[in-house]
Design a binder for this molecule. Structure first.
Ligand code: GLN
Length: 233
């Protein structure tokens, strides 16, 4: 199998609450299946690689989020990646900026318009544990994570919510995250892929075209999920 290129997009702007761990988890889980992975960190003053297999965007404060949107639009690498059906996994600020628009520092900004979502501001900041029952089409167990955001996200008909909220706020208190094609966004930090290894494997399957990946002993993240769900319900 050829080498999988995992691109960590703009660690200087988008990388809060351990989101970088998502890249490490994908690299480790790929290696455990004998899939060689190359991890590339691309700062916001650098062009995005055009041949990446998986692009990862993390969370960020309002100012860096608006700057990231501007630089990503100028770079065009992410929209080209989406056109060739590369995998995009985006958390919080990264998730919001995939959509039509988002709010930062009280102002409305244009997003990259890659996913049919639009974000505005909620009445209060959503901070705390988040859990959701995933879209049955994805075949994933319940999602758990940590959220910290002021934005609220509306999912249009061109995308599907990632999960139905069991605890926390997510998009709007009713749904959490969204996905379309091989793009998936979530409000879950944590890092999300350490806490949700099945989601990590879904991204790897999308990227490699493999229908199944060899199982990995996920006893500990499974225990954590069960514990969090029991505490949150
Ligand atoms: N600035 C965005 C908001 O507050 C995203 C925050 C984050 O990524 N944690 O909604």
């Amino acid at each position: 199998m050829s080498k999988l290129q995992i691109v960590w997009v703009y660690p200087d702007l988008l990388s809060t609450y351990g989101d970088r761990g998502n890249m490490l988890i994908l690299g480790k889980r790929a290696a455990a299946r004998g899939i060689p992975a190359e991890m590339v960190e691309v700062r916001s003053d650098q062009p995005l690689p055009r041949q990446g297999d998986i692009y990862l965007l993390g969370g960020g404060e309002d100012g860096p989020q608006a700057l990231a949107a501007e630089r990503l639009r100028a770079d065009q690498g992410l929209s080209r990646a989406v056109d060739r059906r590369a995998v995009v996994f985006a958390v919080c600020a990264g998730y919001q900026l995939l959509g039509k628009d988002f709010f930062a520092k009280g102002e409305k900004f244009a997003g990259l318009d890659l996913m049919d979502i639009s974000s505005d501001r909620g009445p209060s900041r959503a901070v705390g544990e988040l859990a959701g029952e995933c879209d049955p089409q994805l075949g994933l167990p319940a999602l758990t994570g940590f959220e910290n955001h002021g934005g609220r996200t509306h999912v249009g008909p061109g995308a599907r919510p990632l999960a139905k909220v069991l605890a926390g706020i997510g998009n709007d208190g009713s749904t959490e995250g969204a996905w379309s094609g091989t793009m998936l966004g979530t409000y879950a930090h944590g890092p999300a892929l350490a806490r949700n290894p099945d989601l990590a494997d879904l991204l790897l399957r999308w990227a490699t075209g493999e229908e199944q990946l060899a199982p990995i002993d996920d006893t500990w993240p499974q225990k954590l999920r069960a514990e969090r769900l029991a505490a949150l319900r």
